[in-house]
Design a protein. Structure first.
Length: 214
C-alpha cells in the first residue's frame, strides 16, 4: 500500500536563500526549527570569539521572528555604542515574550535617557525599516519560504509534504508525513518564541556599560 511506503527525506536548498537550513529532527521526532539552529550557531560563534559570524547567525534567526536573536543583535549594537540601532532593535521585540523582560526594559529606559529627541526619531524610523524584514508578518512569510525550500522524494512540488511520507530517524523512530506537516505548519502559523533547552539568557553576553552623560 502506498501509505506504507518508506520515503527518505531529500534536503535541498532554496535558490532564494543560499545554504538554507533544511528539515532536521531531534531523537524524539521534533523538528529542529531553523531559527533555533541559527541562534545556537550564533551563541557558539560568540563563545569562540567569532563575533561577525555570530551577528550573521543572530540576524538569520531574527528573520524567522526569534526575539532572543533580536535582543542579541541589539546588545551587539550596544557594545559598539551604536545606541540608535540598539534602541531600534530592542523595540522590535514583544517584551511580553521575553523571560527577562525587566532587563530589556531597563536597557531601553537608559537609552531613552541618553538619546536626543532627534536620535529617538531616527531610531523609530530605523525600527520601521527593520520591521519590513523582521516584523511579525515578514517573519511569517520567511517561515513559509523556508517550508517552500524543502523538497521530498515522491513529489516534484517544493514545500509539499506527501501524506505517505515516512522518515526513519537515527534513533529508530519513524515520523509520518502527517506529523511533519503538523509540526511545520505550527512553526509557520502558530510560532511560539522559546529559549529551548538550557535557556541561554541575555545576561551571558558581556555588555559595555553605558554612561548616561555621554
Amino acid at each position: 500500500m502506498k501509505s506504507l511506503v518508506l520515503v527518505w527525506l531529500v534536503l535541498l536548498c532554496s535558490s532564494l536563500h543560499a545554504k538554507e537550513y533544511g528539515l532536521h529532527f531531534d531523537d524524539s521526532g521534533n523538528i529542529i526549527k531553523p531559527d533555533r539552529e541559527y541562534l545556537v550557531r550564533g551563541m557558539g560563534d560568540e563563545k569562540d570569539g567569532f563575533r561577525e559570524s555570530a551577528m550573521k547567525n543572530f540576524m538569520k534567526a531574527a528573520e524567522f521572528g526569534n526575539y532572543h536573536a533580536m535582543s542579541l543583535v541589539g546588545l551587539y549594537h550596544m557594545q559598539d555604542k551604536n545606541y540608535v540601532a540598539a534602541h531600534a532593535w530592542f523595540n522590535l521585540i514583544d517584551l511580553a515574550q521575553i523571560p527577562n523582560r525587566a532587563y530589556l526594559e531597563e536597557l531601553i529606559g537608559n537609552l531613552e535617557v541618553m538619546l536626543t529627541a532627534e536620535q529617538l526619531k531616527e531610531a523609530q524610523e530605523m525600527k520601521a525599516e527593520l520591521a519590513e524584514t523582521y516584523g511579525s508578518y515578514p517573519s511569517m512569510l520567511r517561515r513559509e519560504a523556508w517550508k517552500k525550500s524543502l523538497k521530498f522524494t515522491g513529489t516534484h512540488i517544493k514545500g509539499y509534504i506527501p501524506p505517505f511520507l515516512r522518515i526513519r530517524l537515527n534513533s529508530g523512530m519513524e515520523v509520518t508525513g502527517h506529523e511533519v506537516r503538523k509540526q511545520v505548519d505550527n512553526f509557520i502559523y502558530n510560532y511560539e518564541f522559546d529559549f529551548g533547552q538550557g535557556e541561554v539568557t541575555l545576561d551571558e553576553i558581556e555588555l559595555i556599560e553605558v554612561d548616561e552623560e555621554q
